[in-house]
Ligand binder design. Structure first.
Ligand code: ADP
Ligand code: MG
Length: 372
């Protein structure tokens, strides 16, 4: 079997499709990666699907197929960039785009789109999708699924480590140097989601570059207190969340009680809120003095990073690049790893992370050709 797997994901920020090439021959390693921007129309379609609206089923079906085509074409050009062809790749693990994540409904469910049939048709490579639903079917959160890859990638580690991924939502993986303790992880709450929502609503920008705008304002302690008074933060793991909760509407609901706060002060408060919720989760659940390795787009927001550092007195906080890991490709790499798990028919979930009843093989295969 070829030694390379491809993983890809479009996170909740919808800032592009991350693609990673993972070599699994020895210890898994990400050997190439790329972020491909969406065509404007597809990006708009995906964004609109995140909120309930009219004609959802038709729009969902169309976006599912269109995103599948886009992923397939992006992988072909990624292979070309790296001098590889379909025969070099064992399988693709495609997470797709989450459009709904409801682990708390009865039964819990999570919907990712990006048609595996289209990806397999275009690339001629076995494609595995739908990684979350089996974990949900066995009582888990279906998330986060990245911790087992973090463990493989960062192993062996001399010190306790916390891998913090700041995407739209922030999640942590806690890795103990003494492996007697099971590693675990969970979603801490908002990552960039609220920051992006507010800067977009107020200034029509995609994100607050470097956190310049949030750094220019003052934190409103009253608003911060109200935001922190949310039961999600006092819940223990396993837990996961999404943009169904942490979105513009969430901000607006809180602002009803504080109509006079300046826009830039709101951005500062949201940045502080994000940093405090991440830091509290680390302080409460993480081992003391563990190194915090930050990946995901939020690591590029200096104001957020400074606030985080200020709240984590016992931990050193570094960007993943400081230990030679590209912070934009870890999640995509994780889905390459999960494709490998599926191909070997070994479990991909970690019950101590997701809360599932047991280990499960995750995913659904779209074979490359007409014969399996
Ligand atoms: N230079 C930057 N300054 C501030 N924030 C940034 C910067 N670059 C990226 N980001 C943030 O990172 C987000 C994308 O992070 P990513 O890890 O791709 O999230 P997701 O997994 O949700 O797609 C952007 O929406 C933005 O909020
Ligand atoms: Mg992204």
């Amino acid at each position: 079997m070829p030694r390379f797997f491809i993983g890809c994901i479009s996170g909740t920020s919808i800032d592009g499709l991350d693609v990673a090439l993972v070599d699994v021959e020895a210890k898994p390693a990400i050997t190439a990666s790329k972020t491909v921007l969406f065509p404007e129309l597809l990006e708009d379609e995906l964004r609109h699907l995140l909120q309930p609206g009219p004609n959802e089923i038709f729009r969902l079906g169309l976006a599912h197929a269109r995103l599948g085509e886009f992923i397939g074409a992006s992988i072909l050009s990624f292979l070309n960039d790296n001098g590889l062809d379909a025969g070099d790749i064992a399988a693709i693990g495609s997470h797709g785009q989450t459009v709904r994540h409801h682990p708390d409904s009865d039964p819990g469910f999570s919907v990712q789109i990006g048609s595996g049939s289209h990806i397999a048709e275009i690339t001629g490579i076995d494609t595995i999708t739908d990684f979350r639903s089996r974990d949900l079917a066995s009582g888990g959160e279906g998330a986060p699924l990245v911790p087992s890859f973090h463990r493989m990638l960062f192993h062996p580690y001399e010190h306790d480590q916390i891998i913090l991924n700041i995407g739209g939502i922030a999640n942590i993986t806690i890795l103990y140097s003494h492996e007697q303790q099971p590693f675990f992880g969970f979603d801490t709450g908002p990552g960039n989601a609220l920051l992006d929502a507010w800067v977009h609503d107020s200034r029509q920008l995609r994100y607050d570059s470097d956190g310049d705008w949030s750094a220019s304002g003052q934190v409103s302690n009253k608003l911060l207190e109200a935001l922190l008074d949310d039961s999600y933060f006092s819940l223990g793991p396993p837990k996961s969340t999404g943009k169904e909760k942490f979105n513009l509407n969430y901000i607006e609901q809180h602002l009803r009680d504080f109509p006079k706060i300046e826009s830039s002060d709101i951005q500062s408060t949201l940045c502080e809120f994000t940093a405090v919720t991440v830091a509290n989760a680390i302080e409460r659940w993480g081992p003391e003095s563990a190194r915090v390795v930050v990946c995901g787009g939020g690591r590029l927001n200096s104001d957020l990073m400074q606030r985080l550092d200020a709240h984590l007195n016992h931990h050193s906080v570094i960007r993943s690049e400081e230990i030679n890991v590209n912070g934009d490709s870890l999640e995509a790499g994780a889905f390459a790893w999960l494709a490998r798990c599926f191909t070997d028919r070994v479990p991909g979930n970690v019950p101590s992370v997701t809360g599932a009843k047991g280990e499960r093989i995750l995913g659904c295969l779209y074979p490359s050709g007409t014969k399996v």
